[in-house]
Design a protein around this ligand. Structure first.
Ligand code: AMP
Ligand code: GLY
Length: 426
């Protein structure tokens, strides 16, 4: 079978890497891919949001299965379009992708189906939103409705900050139409965990839980980024807690979607806060997480292509459970100086050649080739993954590899996993 993966980041590199391990795969294409992906797949110069270009490519090349990495093509309806053309594709349809593409939709959906989440209010104008903030207990969280690449969530600690955030959305229109409505919700406290689950609209199979570090700087401080590192499994989640997550979150989510006549096929990602009174949903994503995928897939033994096909053909119930390797995986993101703000690309990377460390893999987020030379080509540049018997061993492998990779202004966090390991990490 020929497989097409859509996207160009570390997540897509991990998907391509894992899919290639399936014996049923004849050739893997990636659109548009990146420098690292081009070493193991054929990169195709079609952007992830060019739906017509992707449909045409899949038809012309007789692609047997397409896997969508990022959220934009899902929100644009790529799955609906592929299905119209009788092409097999892994991911939810446009209506179901609203769980991620509209926070208002997601919050109203959770309220209706009693899925635990922070109490909230929705506003479509500045005066009412600011008026409401006069009587709330701070901190609260202000979220723009539409997709904003992780930048549309602002935790505000007092009225002044709330006013500034709300004015940025409505007055300055900083988020364009994504900010035509906002959600204001209570701020939850606890450990965060990312749980992804596969579903064919009926059966649900959770993947191992993971944790990512969103903030740019050590100690989880500084601005939010796309993710500076991750590890799997999130050891603090007991089996009992996972059962609670499936029963209280995933089952009512999938049943609710079915009830709304929006059958969901693909992977649902729930960003969860483990509060004192139980797990609560912070957000849904309709796709694999980045960088969570870079630590979850290395632990998966089951053939990913078989699972994807079972989801698409609505026979996921054939799989009782997935097969996992024991141990842990960790991923340290190496980013460009200045990220998540302004950064420069085109810097020479050294140390990528001849890496043959057992249990390690370098997933490229933003690189390109210039002849024999590797160059940085994005904010997040590399995701250095190490796996081992436990989290400490996995991190030790990642960091020993990170130490050998150099580019001017390389930035990375030294403390991935600190919330679990504390000082044991060193
Ligand atoms: P989101 O894009 O909705 O996942 O939000 C990004 C990040 O903001 C989350 O990973 C949390 O760290 C934080 N966040 C979002 N909503 C809340 C909330 N209600 N309480 C506390 N933190 C939140
Ligand atoms: N790691 C968070 C996300 O993929 O949205």
């Amino acid at each position: 079978m020929k497989v097409l993966v859509i996207g160009s980041g570390g997540r897509e590199h991990a998907l391509v890497w894992k899919i290639r391990q399936s014996k049923k795969v004849e050739k893997v294409f990636c659109a548009p891919g990146n420098g690292g992906i081009s070493q193991i797949a054929k990169c195709v110069n079609v952007r992830a949001d060019n739906i017509k270009g992707l449909v045409d490519f899949a038809t012309r090349n007789k692609i047997g299965l397409t896997v969508v990495g990022p959220e934009q093509p899902l929100a644009l309806g790529i799955v609906d379009e592929f299905q119209r053309r009788k092409l097999k594709i892994f991911g939810p349809e446009k209506k179901a992708a609203q769980l991620e593409s509209s926070k208002v939709f997601a919050k109203e959906f959770m309220q209706q189906y009693h899925i635990p989440t922070a109490p909230f209010k929705i506003f479509d104008n500045q005066a009412e939103a600011i008026g409401f903030c006069k009587s709330v207990e701070f901190p609260v969280v202000v979220k723009v409705d539409g997709l904003a690449a992780g930048k549309g969530v602002m935790i505000v600690h007092n009225f002044q900050e709330a006013e500034t955030a709300i004015e940025a959305v409505f007055d300055e229109q900083r988020f364009g139409t994504a900010g035509s409505r906002i959600v204001i919700e209570s701020c939850l406290v606890g450990q965060e965990v990312s749980v992804m689950a596969l579903t064919d609209g009926k059966s649900i199979i959770p993947l191992l839980p993971s944790q990512d570090h969103k903030q740019a700087f050590e100690g989880d401080s500084g601005p939010n980024t796309g993710g500076m590192g991750a590890f799997c499994p999130a050891g603090f989640i007991t089996d009992e807690l996972m059962e609670q997550v499936v029963e209280q979150i995933f089952q009512p989510t999938v049943a609710g979607l079915r009830n709304e006549n929006i059958p969901y096929r693909g992977v649902i990602y729930a960003g969860i806060m483990l509060t004192k009174v139980g797990p609560k949903v912070l957000e849904y994503n309709c796709r694999f997480g980045d960088p969570e995928t870079q630590v979850v897939l290395p632990l998966l033994k089951t053939d990913l292509l078989d699972v994807f096909k079972a989801v698409i053909d609505r026979r996921l119930s054939n799989f009782r459970a997935l097969d996992w390797r024991p141990g842990a995986a960790a991923c340290v993101i190496m980013a460009s100086e200045g990220y998540p703000g302004h950064y420069e690309s085109g810097r020479k990377i050294i140390g990528l050649q001849n890496v043959r460390n057992e249990g390690c893999y370098i997933f490229h987020s933003g690189t390109r080739r210039d002849g024999k030379q590797w160059l940085t080509d994005g904010g997040r540049v590399l995701g250095v993954m190490g796996s081992g018997d436990n989290l400490q061993a996995a991190l030790k492998k990642s960091y020993s590899l990170v130490d050998r990779i150099k580019f001017p202004g390389a930035m990375y966090r030294r403390d991935i996993g600190f919330r679990v390991l504390g000082d044991k990490r060193k």
